[in-house]
Design a binder for this molecule. Structure first.
Ligand code: SAM
Length: 273
């Protein structure tokens, strides 16, 4: 029986509240695994295994797969769809509610995250893996098209935001493929995109990352205000200090946050703090 038939035979009721939109197309599932860069020596972590379509594709390629799922009612279906997947362990827990220690007790080696995420946990989950001490080498996730565009945006665009900079601070981001909403069941309202984040440890050599990210978050806090105004409000930094630093970097004193690529935020941070 294929996955679709197993889901039907088990009379499964999809839970919208858990973001349950499954993918069963084998070509797409294999392409996701390939895009995730998962090879035979790799450990894969999947968040939200659902009926196990992606899990089975990962299992066929990876050395070991850890799949996390909150919905215990999928247990019977997974026993059938993952039959024979000896290298796969399913953990019925919410990753966001696990401490780093609890997670590391399960996943002991560096790993690649590959997941078709419920959209409401997209950003908390991405930031959790980027900010924590968990050893994610890459994070390849299906997200809403708009979110993928925001995360990979260039400066001087309306999509460019504090989130773009925060993600770029930790990882290189690229959109691997656009995915039509018709590839999911039930069909969701919006189209998706497969986003790949390749983690680069200590990418910019910033010692106080919280302070740097507070600066970039402040830079976008009121988009119509100048960067100097926003930094004065957040840090009490005199406007003249920011304006002089901006001029040294070749920007007008009234520059706004969205005009600076992350490399110039780093230079600005070094000049101000
Ligand atoms: N991976 C499957 C696929 O591609 O067909 C299912 C994807 S579906 C979009 C998301 C899955 O995540 C659902 O099965 C849902 O129950 C599960 N889920 C929702 N919140 C979760 C959480 N906090 N932790 C783990 N799994 C979660």
């Amino acid at each position: 029986m294929n996955i679709k038939d197993i889901i039907i035979a088990n009379n499964f009721h999809y839970k919208k509240s858990l973001g349950q939109n499954f993918i069963t197309d084998r070509n797409l599932l294999d392409a996701i695994v390939k895009d995730g860069g998962v090879g035979k020596d790799d450990v894969a972590v999947e968040i939200g295994v659902g009926a196990g379509g992606l899990t089975a594709a990962l299992s066929a390629t990876a050395k070991k797969v850890y799949g996390f799922e909150v919905d215990r009612s999928l247990e019977g279906i997974l026993a059938q769809t993952l039959k024979g997947c000896e290298n796969t362990e399913i953990i019925f827990r919410d990753v966001l509610k696990m401490s780093d220690e609890e997670f590391k007790a399960v996943v002991k080696e560096p790993f690649h995250v590959v997941a078709n995420l419920p959209y409401y946990i997209t950003m908390p989950l991405i930031m959790r893996f980027l900010e924590s001490g968990l050893c994610a080498k890459s994070i390849t996730v299906m997200v809403q098209k708009e979110v993928a565009e925001r995360i990979t945006a260039r400066h001087n665009t309306k999509e460019y935001s504090a989130v773009t900079v925060a993600v770029k601070f930790y990882a290189d981001a690229e959109i691997k493929r656009a995915v039509s909403k018709n590839m999911f069941f039930p069909v969701p309202k919006v189209d998706s995109a497969l986003l790949k984040l390749t983690v680069v440890p200590n990418k910019y050599g910033v010692a106080d990352k919280e302070k740097f990210l507070k600066l970039t978050s402040a830079a976008f806090s009121m988009r119509r205000k100048t960067l100097a105004n926003n930094l004065e409000a957040a840090f009490g930094t005199a406007k003249t200090i920011t304006e002089k630093a901006l001029e040294r970097l070749g920007y007008p004193p009234n520059a706004r946050g969205e005009t600076l690529p992350i490399e110039d935020f780093i230079r600005l941070y070094d000049l101000i703090f």
